[in-house]
Design a protein. Structure first.
Length: 108
């Protein structure tokens, strides 16, 4: 029975990783728009594609999931982030400007 549960967890992790990996290029494009001075909270300033991505991320936020501090978000560079249910919430924070840069710590 334990083997079945572990296989199910692995499939769930892989599904989250696939979804989050696919989302991250869109997250980066919204972050770039923000850096160019586009106000992300003013829908009129965003094109339809950017509004759709922001709405998609907002819809994927899972309530009551503990998320890391903003400085710990590594985007698509870390399996912990990619397999986390809080990826959408952290991505929205990242788009909003925290952290200023993604920092990837070397694996020891």
């Amino acid at each position: 029975m334990l083997v079945v549960r572990e296989a199910g967890v692995a499939r769930a992790d892989e599904a989250l990783e696939k979804r989050n990996r696919a989302l991250f290029p869109e997250v980066e494009s919204l972050r770039a728009a923000r850096r160019r001075g586009v106000e992300l909270d003013a829908g009129a300033d965003l094109d339809a594609g950017a509004r759709a991505v922001k709405a998609k991320l907002t819809g994927l936020v899972v309530p009551d999931v503990n998320v890391c501090k903003p400085v710990d978000f590594k985007g698509d560079q870390d399996l912990v982030c990619l397999r986390c249910e809080g990826f959408a919430e952290c991505s929205l924070r990242y788009i909003g400007g925290a952290p200023q840069e993604i920092s990837v710590r070397p694996v020891k």
